[in-house]
Design a protein around this ligand. Structure first.
Ligand code: FES
Ligand SMILES: [Fe+2]
Length: 348
């Protein structure tokens, strides 16, 4: 069985970072070179010249074509070789692997599997991102030295905020509140409500709450690499849990994970909130998220090191693991479906 689901769209870069220059990225253990062509389309090729294997990202752009930095073999946007300096083109011309891309929610998405299945309508979209009543603020591309499923564990796990994020996203009030999970339209939701308790530090800074609040965390996981954390607070007693959110702060903290390889993950994060704020407030809010995600990074990287040191350790399972276990099963099912032998009728 393969290590990664391939017939799916993965985020690979912020759109803002892909211009008319060569950019090297790595995803599912494959090196990719990206650039934006004159038609504003993001081109993605395997980052390796078929001649002596020099990364093409070390070459240069000639118009919309990429020229190898060693002997000048040149490939067009379709990956077809269009020039070999000093000789006639080979017949058929060599071709390098090229991957479909699409831009959505400020990100470049890439399809590393069967290109005939790359349907852009399958790419995740958050309606609030496009809603004028909400506002979106892009964050960073956070590098974590861990497997992406360990980050996904963390993003199916609301319970950790009571211990990891006491200065930003959590309070001790939630320590003993169990989490619940269910499947909704093919994605996994893990949630809990913490009612009638003080606002989390983030909302003490950015909210206008004078008393206790009812707080929710809904962690939505879309296999294999997207997590959308819907969290918010409303004054206690205003019926938020029953659906009245007229007086609340609500934020979708979005995590778009790039599985680089077994030891590295990029978390492209952004937040979409139900209010507009000035530049300074948005920057301050992003700074709080940055601080919280550094707290996760510290933990996940330490765990990754221990996993490599203690490969035979069998983790104790807790009730809160139900959702991460389900998450890993979803990914394993995707991979198994892709790698299952096709049902070819046998001939007698
Ligand atoms: S290594 Fe690319 S042309 Fe020779
Ligand atoms: Fe966290």
């Amino acid at each position: 069985m393969g290590k990664y689901a391939l017939n799916t769209w993965y985020p690979i870069a912020w759109s803002r970072d892909i211009t008319n220059n060569l950019v090297a990225r790595r995803i599912v253990e494959t090196d990719v070179v990206l650039y934006r062509n004159s038609r504003n389309h993001v081109v993605a090729h395997k980052d390796m010249c078929p001649h002596r294997m020099l990364p093409l990202s070390m070459g240069r752009l000639r118009g919309d074509a990429i020229e190898c930095g060693y002997h000048g073999m040149t490939f067009d946007c379709s990956g077809t070789c269009v020039r070999i300096p000093g000789q006639r083109l080979l017949n058929p011309p060599p071709k390098i692997d090229t991957y479909p891309t699409y831009e959505q929610m400020g990100l470049v998405w890439i399809w590393m599997g069967d290109p005939t299945m790359a349907d852009p309508s399958l790419i995740f979209d958050l309606p609030q991102y496009h809603d004028a009543n909400w506002s979106a603020v892009e964050g960073d591309a956070l590098e974590l030295d861990c497997h992406y499923l360990n980050l996904a564990d963390n993003l199916c796990d609301p319970s950790h905020v009571s211990f990891v994020h006491l200065s930003t996203l959590g309070t001790p009030a939630g320590e003993d509140v169990p989490v619940r999970m269910e499947m909704q339209d093919g994605h996994l939701v893990t949630w809990r409500w913490i009612n009638n308790s003080p606002a989390i530090p983030l909302f003490q800074k950015f909210g206008n709450f004078s008393g206790n609040v009812d707080r929710w965390h809904y962690y939505h996981y879309y296999a294999p690499s997207i997590a959308i954390i819907d969290f918010g607070s409303a004054p206690t007693g205003t019926g938020a849990q029953e659906g009245n959110r007229s007086d609340c702060i609500q934020i979708y903290a979005c995590h778009f994970m790039t599985p680089v390889d077994e030891n590295k993950t990029i978390d492209h994060w952004l937040h979409v909130k139900n209010f507009h704020a000035d530049e300074a407030t948005n920057r301050a809010l992003s700074a709080e998220f940055r601080k919280a995600f550094q707290e996760d990074k510290l933990i996940l990287e330490a765990i990754h090191k221990n996993e490599q040191k203690h490969v035979n350790h069998t983790p104790v399972k807790l009730a809160l693991d139900a959702s991460p276990i389900k998450m890993r099963r979803m990914v394993a099912d995707m991979i198994a479906t892709e790698t299952a032998p096709s049902m070819v009728p046998s001939t007698v």
